[in-house]
Design a protein around this ligand. Structure first.
Ligand code: 3H9
Length: 692
């Protein structure tokens, strides 16, 4: 065995050379790895008697892509392109031996190898679009030469990881070998290639898959039109499409690659990719808690209990069933339980209709759910999540009962979205076991899990909640206790401004349009209509003291009544409402106010800067551990456009002095409850940022 450098070794087995890379955690193509790879390839070439080379990785995965942290820094070591040329021009077959995830630049290296062998659990893909990028090392030119333009378009714009069997069927892998036998299988494959005298196949030369689409403008126009909503606001999907177009229509591989190179450079230096790369690391950073080290013991969770089988409880239960964990769902009546389980079944069956689950999988998951009408059924659960409606007295009553039922050492979680977790914990004799696990609706879909740490929550309990979040595919972020925690507290700050502007002259659809155009999935008024305007409202106590009261009194309760701030047609398409316009205008007039024209800039600034200001307070108070956690919450829980990197990153791009100056300029209009965050003021004055 020859050690090439700290991460690379070269061994031989008869006529086969094996170049092995080991750069934890994910074998990213950092400078040190590129150096080792290049030197290893060159040394193998001069070894006597070598007739084939296997490229393999140690650890959990094959090369998972370029080192994202290196973008924007001065280049070091050999470029990926030189390495790819070296592989493609090797004098003998080079076989990539793939396990784990072969992604981005890592898969682009594999695509330069003459052959690809993988274990069945291996996946491959070009996920650069999620980083606001495109595959910049020939991926957009080679992929369609294997799978055709239509499939390539879908793959590069969705960033999907393709499993082993599908990759084999699509020609991305040449052979699957049994798990645990990758190296032996790859060597065997190489020997077979030699024995059969198979050629040094180069994907770059294979044009036949492209030819049928040459000049087919409709393919691309249709793809753009069909995905316009999905790609809204993002630059990278369009740039990826242009590269596939170039692959199909360019006179040569090199011409297409030039287009790819130019567009890659534009994206990598742009603000969208910077924001998306930041969000990638922010999400992973959010897992880390300063005083809860990674080796903190956790509670083994083999069975989960959920109290409440409503929309939230049922959705939460699905997350656990999806990863094979049995769930006990407790309701107060058989009817409510049956209804909840029927909704879960319907959700699964809808997934099956869309081809995402087999009917056997639907049954397997349903079989993991057990209904019960008595809290006693939770005795054997390792984690219990309370998901009843937001009423402190009821929650305290439930937690007091749980104390006598649930086994010692279990985690007692509440899904409250705003209530005081410390007060809930005080109802038990074991407040250290109590933690907030705030899921977002629909809980089986939304990525965010806000883990709320009470004053007495123990470290193992915090660590368990974070860990189980990852296990069920959520992005977990830690919050301290305050009304609304990180996410809803910031939402309330935005809500206050949008309500205030309604009284100053803006209409709901003006405000919603500005926020939608900014990139949010919907504005605050459309969101209220979706949730129901009558949440927390009752006809008995309504005093007609707000526009919401008046709308509810008029029977306009939101989408469910086909009318709220907006009018809705049968397909739930929203239209500005004349009735709402009149209700707003009359209310404003009764208050003796004269409506004024409010610019789009003012709407955007007051909404987003008020959010930034509240976020700064949250950070200052230690409710959030770091600014990037706040961004992770807003991107994954509320649809803040990831290409703007979250409220804190956005504030940094705007410039904190500008944020402060504008908030000061709006002055009294921000409302009596508004005050500038001392941290925001300090940072602006010192020329500092939140996220850099
Ligand atoms: C690219 O390739 C561009 C080319 O086309 C063109 C070049 C010219 N770089 O996610 P995890 C770190 S763009 C640096 O928790 P998992 C990550 O930060 C790239 N670091 O593990 C974390 O660090 P820490 C295209 C990376 O098992 C640790 O590894 N490739 C990179 O849940 C573990 O990560 C991608 O977009 C990286 N590329 O998932 C793939 N990847 O422990 C991005 C990971 O300090 N990566 N880290 O927090 C992934 O999707 C997942 O990490 C992966 C593993 C599926 C691989």
């Amino acid at each position: 065995m020859t050690t090439i450098n700290a991460v690379t070794t070269l061994t031989t087995d008869g006529e086969i050379a094996v170049l092995s890379l080991n750069h934890p955690p994910v074998n990213a193509l950092s400078a040190v790895l590129r150096e080792g790879l290049m030197a290893g390839l060159q040394q193998a070439k001069v070894l006597p008697g070598i007739r084939a080379l296997v490229l393999i990785c140690e650890g959990r995965t094959f090369l998972a892509g370029a080192d994202i942290g290196e973008f924007g820094k001065p280049a070091q070591g050999p470029s990926l392109y030189l390495i790819q040329d070296e592989i493609e021009a090797a004098p003998y077959p080079v076989v990539a031996a793939i396990h784990g995830t072969s992604l981005g630049g890592g898969f682009e290296v594999a695509l330069c190898c003459h052959y690809r062998v993988a274990v069945p659990s291996a996946k491959c893909g070009l996920p650069e679009v999620h980083l606001g990028l495109l595959p910049g090392a020939g991926g957009t030119q080679r992929l369609p030469r294997i799978v055709g333009a239509a499939k390539a378009l879908e793959m590069v714009t969705s960033g999907t990881h393709v499993g082993g069997a599908d990759s084999l069927a699509m020609g991305l892998f040449d052979q699957l070998v049994p798990e645990g036998e990758l190296l032996a299988g790859a060597k065997q494959f190489a020997r077979q290639v030699l024995a059969e005298g198979r050629p040094l196949r180069k994907v770059r030369d294979a044009d036949d898959k492209l030819l049928p689409d040459r000049g087919n403008a409709a393919l691309f126009a249709d793809f753009r039109a069909a995905n316009a909503k999905r790609f809204r606001g993002f630059l990278a999907p369009e740039y990826n499409i242009r590269c596939i177009e170039a692959a199909v229509n360019s006179a040569s591989f090199e011409d297409g690659k030039q287009v790819e190179r130019t567009l890659f450079l534009e994206l990598v230096s742009g603000i969208q990719s910077q924001a998306q790369r930041y969000a990638f690391f922010a999400e992973r950073q959010a897992q880390k808690i300063a005083d809860v080290p990674a080796d903190t013991p956790t509670v083994p969770v083999a069975r989960v209990g959920i109290i409440g089988a409503g929309t939230m409880g049922g959705g939460i239960a699905m997350n656990f069933a999806n990863v094979g964990l049995p769930v006990t769902l407790v309701e107060t009546s058989q009817a409510a339980l049956d209804k909840g389980l029927a909704v879960v079944r319907r959700n699964y069956e809808n997934s099956a209709k869309r081809g995402k689950l087999s009917s056997a999988q639907v049954e397997q998951r349903m079989a993991l759910l057990t209904g019960a009408l008595d809290l006693q059924a939770l005795a054997g659960c390792d984690m219990v999540i309370e998901a009843v409606f937001e009423n402190m007295a009821i929650k305290k009553e439930i937690f007091a009962k749980l104390d006598a039922i649930v086994k010692p050492g279990a985690v007692l979680a509440t899904n409250t979205s705003a209530l005081n977790v410390n007060e809930i914990a005080s109802a038990t004799a074991r407040p250290e076991a109590v933690v907030g696990m705030h899921f977002f609706s629909p809980a089986n879909v939304m990525k965010l899990l806000e883990v709320v740490r009470g004053d007495k929550t123990s470290k193992p309990v915090v660590a368990t909640a974070m860990q189980i979040g990852k296990k069920i595919g959520k992005v977990a972020a830690l919050s301290g206790v305050c009304p609304g925690f990180i996410g809803n507290r910031i939402l309330a700050a935005r809500g206050a401004q949008s309500q205030a502007m309604l009284l100053e002259g803006a209409m709901p659809w003006d405000i919603d349009r500005v926020l939608y155009d900014f990139g949010m999935p919907m504005g605050p008024f459309a969101m209220s209509d979706l949730a129901g305007l009558d949440i927390g409202w009752s006809a008995e106590t309504s005093k007609g003291a707000s526009i919401r009261d008046l709308l509810c009194e008029a029977g306009r309760r939101g989408q469910k009544t086909s009318a709220g701030y907006y009018d809705y047609d049968a397909a739930r398409n929203a239209r500005p409402s004349e009735v709402t316009r009149q209700i707003v205008a009359d209310f404003v007039a009764r208050q003796g106010r004269s409506p004024r024209a409010i610019s789009d800039t003012e709407i955007l600034e007051r909404c987003t800067y008020a959010m930034v200001n509240e976020a700064a307070k949250i950070l200052d108070e230690g409710i959030a551990q770091r600014a990037s956690d706040i961004d992770t919450v807003w991107i994954n829980g509320y649809g803040w456009p990831v290409y703007r990197g979250g409220p804190m990153f956005y504030a940094d791009t705007v410039g904190l002095p500008t944020v402060v100056a504008q908030l000061q300029a709006y002055g009294e209009m921000m409302g009596p409850g508004f005050s500038l965050s001392p941290l925001l003021l300090r940072k602006a004055a010192a020329g500092e940022h939140f996220t850099r």
